[in-house]
Design a protein. Structure first.
Length: 295
């Protein structure tokens, strides 16, 4: 009896070579894009350990003899103001903005997503339309209004809109998430005697945690990096946020007098945003994997 062997056709060598070449080009292109994206960060890290005179003149990414004077000099403050004052003010502004967005936008989104009332679609369309308004169109009227209310040089103009659901993007994000929740949950809540407030707080809000965390992350980053708002409404340097505190490194001619301190503080200012993102980014992949939606 003769044994017969079967063989599967192998991929042609030319096709395999082209596949490997394509994969190699893809990885090289990805590394090139990554290098372009990370270059500014690497430059800032290296420059923070250079003397101020070498930051502009030297082309080396990292100094041959690193120094820590740029960081230790921050302890002396800027114009007799501690840099921790800037960080405290930014933290107050950012956390207040997060609280305002989560409370007001989630309530507004629940009304649009779960409550039927006259003119709901029209109001929702008008709210979405506010996304087309440039920030600068509303800047002058808002400033005049807050000036007449004697609220300039306070955090009220910066935070009031956050508590009034003026951020249409986050309202839209939460509305779309709430509309995807099973209607059976609302019906079960009504059968159990829950009103809208109890349904919102005990059922809808816990299931919207991914949308809430996403809104919180973007709100914190936007508020921490906000420059225009504090520049317009804050006059007292002791109330400046980090973004405004960086401008105090300039001299009377508008040129940075201390490049090393400026870059060192810029690098330190990135840490709270990075830590906030790392603390909550795991919730972004929660998706719909919540206890109320499991089959």
């Amino acid at each position: 009896m003769s044994a017969t062997t079967t063989s599967t056709p192998s991929e042609p060598l030319g096709g395999l070579g082209r596949k490997r070449a394509g994969s190699l080009l893809w990885h090289l292109g990805s590394l090139l894009v990554l290098a372009v994206v990370l270059y500014p960060v690497i430059w800032v890290i290296g420059a923070s350990f250079k003397p101020s005179k070498d930051i502009i003149n030297s082309l080396d990414l990292f100094p041959a003899h690193p120094i820590l004077d740029n960081f230790t000099g921050l302890a002396d403050g800027i114009a007799d103001i501690s840099i921790w004052s800037f960080f405290r003010n930014s933290l107050i502004y950012s956390l207040g903005a997060v609280a305002g967005i989560l409370i007001s936008c989630s309530l507004t989104a629940y009304a649009f997503a779960k409550i039927r009332f006259a003119g709901r679609n029209v109001l929702f369309a008008l709210m979405i339309g506010t996304l087309l308004l440039p920030y600068h169109v509303l800047l002058i009227p808002q400033y005049v209004m807050f000036q007449k209310m004697e609220l300039i040089n306070t955090y009220v103009p910066l935070l009031l809109g956050k508590f009034l659901a003026t951020e249409a993007f986050f309202v839209f994000l939460m509305v779309q998430f709430m509309r995807n929740l099973p209607k059976e949950l609302d019906e079960a809540a009504r059968i159990d005697g829950c009103g809208h407030l109890r349904t919102y707080w005990s059922i809808v809000l816990p299931l919207c945690r991914p949308a809430l965390i996403t809104s919180a992350i973007f709100t914190f980053i936007n508020a921490w990096n906000d420059f225009m708002g504090p520049l317009i409404y804050l006059n007292d340097p002791s109330k400046y946020t980090v973004s405004l505190g960086l401008t105090m490194f300039r001299d009377s001619d508008g040129v940075a007098a201390n490049y090393g301190g400026l870059i060192a503080m810029s690098l330190v200012a990135l840490l709270p945003v990075l830590l906030f993102f790392l603390a909550f980014q795991r919730y972004l992949i929660d998706g719909m994997a919540t206890s109320g939606l499991k089959g």
